[in-house]
Ligand binder design. Structure first.
Ligand SMILES: [Zn+2]
Length: 289
């Protein structure tokens, strides 16, 4: 990720606004005339729908580096509101955030943009689609975030997946959920049944941070074995929910009674701390708010 282009542009815009021409005019024109002139120009521009270029307040867009080229951060929809209300924190327990802002607030997905997700079904157990749908529904309910099923994909679940991809159209790439095994992805070796996370990106104005993209890698053979055991479906779903909680910004906690413990235990549903943490990552302000 590179912010240098944005910083340069922001400085340039500020210099343009405080440049010489206005100061020069002030010496020859009555100050009252300038006020009237600016007001007139603003009114004319407003009528023509061209306000920003005339008064020079077009906000610069932050940029990120995608496969070596700079790409503008997808702009938030003007006046967008979150499709679902935030979830109040009503429980207490241990939780931690993977990414925090300067005052310790969580970095989360923009709650005003629906989070698209795609599934790479290769290697999935028979109940794979149901596991994913149920797990996404749990995270959506706990966070107040809106998820949209964007269908199936053939994208390889590489760790360094590009954040913007032509195959998915405009905007950030959707969250990718994919099945694999430790022969293809050695990071799934041993008892590791899944991995999950997302990328930190700047907001459209560059002042804030959000999560975008995201990947959940599920170990097909491990989860097939879990499914065959006692309480198999609930235990397998707990793995997928745990990884999706990483995607939306929760870190591990050392409390065995939470689903975000690094090693899954007897718990198969979200714990009190998990619920509090998920509510908080869903409460972040919208981009551009
Ligand atoms: Zn984990």
């Amino acid at each position: 990720m590179s912010l240098s282009m944005w910083r340069y542009r922001r400085r340039a815009a500020r210099l343009a606004r405080s440049g010489e021409p206005v100061a020069t005019r002030r010496r020859v024109l009555h100050p009252g005339f300038l006020v009237v002139l600016v007001a007139t120009l603003t009114a004319l521009a407003w009528q023509r729908g061209a306000l920003e270029p005339v008064i020079g307040l077009a906000p610069p867009r932050a940029m990120v580096s995608v496969e070596g080229r700079l790409v503008s951060v997808p702009a938030p929809v003007e006046g967008a509101v979150r499709p679902r209300p935030p979830v109040p924190v009503t429980t207490s327990g241990s939780y931690a955030f993977l990414h925090e802002g300067p005052t310790g607030e969580p970095v989360g997905f923009d709650p005003c943009r629906p989070i698209r997700y795609v599934v790479r079904p290769d290697g999935a157990p028979a109940v794979g689609a149901q596991l994913v749908a149920d797990s996404v529904a749990q995270i959506a309910a706990a966070t107040g975030l809106t998820f949209v099923d964007a269908g199936l994909t053939s994208e390889e679940p590489d760790l360094e997946r590009p954040l913007v991809q032509a195959r998915y159209g405009d905007g950030w790439a959707p969250v990718l959920l994919a099945w694999s095994d430790e022969t293809v992805h050695p990071e799934l070796g041993g008892p590791t049944a899944g991995l999950g996370g997302a990328s930190v990106v700047p907001g459209a104005d560059g002042r804030s941070q959000f999560l975008a993209g995201g990947r959940v890698l599920l170990d097909g053979p491990d989860l097939t074995a879990i499914l065959a055991g006692p309480d198999g479906y609930a235990r397998a779903r707990a793995v997928v929910v745990h990884e999706l909680a990483h995607v939306v910004g929760l870190d591990h906690v050392d409390t065995p009674d939470e689903l975000m413990a690094p090693v899954t235990g007897a718990r198969t549903d979200l714990g009190q701390g998990d619920l509090a943490g998920l509510a908080r990552v869903g409460q972040v302000a919208c981009d551009g708010a």
